[in-house]
Design a protein around this ligand. Structure first.
Ligand code: IPE
Ligand code: IPE
Ligand code: MG
Length: 244
């Protein structure tokens, strides 16, 4: 068992390699995505058992909209199906479910399903499961900048007062405009499938995250790998630019 004070409060996953997992087995890419949902389920279960408080997954990036229409359709459909299949047990286990990203690009039907799941689990406090959908780090920073500027403009009666408010604003005010405002920054980000890049994920929030890159393909990332990632994190020395 890992010491509670050595656990990441927030662990995040760039779930990559579903397509390659399927290809290796002569299956359709979509089978890889289905298997990937099982990995999310296994990680959520392990997070609840170990006492991790926040678990987030990068499920679909803004760039992923550029994939063939059939794959995009399958992924959206899978999201809806996985939500309705998993929600009762997530709710029973005290999991709060949230989706963050550019919701305007999601279909009305999916949006309504997401809202219903979020409302149903809103009071749960054992684990927050955050799914980043239609998300990108640059999009988040851009919408935050716009939101902050609009907020200041709406509260100001002249250019001068707006200018004053803008100059008095802090990075903390900006942080509060990101979609992750009420979620602690990820302590550990795991990227599967052997790629060593950020792919436009949490650009602002990852400023001091620990990173773990593993060759394991996401559909193979299950409980054992999750525990290994926690152990790896527990052995790290985080200094945040200071001297210990
Ligand atoms: C991750 O697996 C899932 C999404 C990005 C939606 P990929 O679909 O990127 O799988 P590979 O990288 O092609 O193997
Ligand atoms: C990153 O995976 C995005 C998600 C896991 C949702 P991609 O497969 O889209 O990333 P690239 O194209 O390899 O950078
Ligand atoms: Mg990929």
């Amino acid at each position: 068992m890992i010491d509670k004070d050595k656990l990441p409060r927030h662990i995040s996953f760039i779930m990559d390699g579903n397509g390659r997992w399927a290809k290796e087995r002569g299956k359709d890419r979509f089978q890889g995505h289905i298997e990937g949902v099982e990995s999310v389920r296994a990680c959520v279960k392990a997070a609840v058992e170990t006492g991790v408080r926040y678990l987030s997954v990068f499920a679909f990036s803004e760039e992923n909209w550029g994939r063939p229409e059939s794959e995009v359709h399958h992924l959206m459909d899978l999201m809806g199906k996985a939500m309705s299949a998993e929600m009762p047990s997530l709710n029973e286990n005290g999991v709060r479910f949230r989706v963050l990203g550019n919701r305007e690009r999601l279909s009305g039907g999916l949006r309504r399903e997401i809202e219903a799941c979020e409302a149903m689990t809103a009071a749960n406090t054992t684990l927050d499961l955050i799914v980043f959908m239609s998300y990108s780090g640059q999009w988040d920073i851009f919408q935050a900048a716009r939101r902050m500027a609009l907020g200041i403009l709406r509260r100001s009666d002249s250019i001068e007062t707006a200018e004053k408010a803008l100059l008095a604003s802090t990075p903390g005010d900006f942080h509060d405009c990101l979609v992750t405002a009420d979620i602690p920054d990820p302590d550990l980000i795991v990227r599967t499938s052997g790629e060593s890049r950020i792919s436009n994920y949490l650009l602002w929030q990852a400023a001091y995250s620990e990173w773990l890159f593993t060759d394991t393909l996401w559909p193979d990332f299950r409980r054992e790998e999750f525990i290994r990632a926690l152990e790896n994190y527990a052995a790290r020395d985080r200094r945040f630019g200071k001297i210990k």
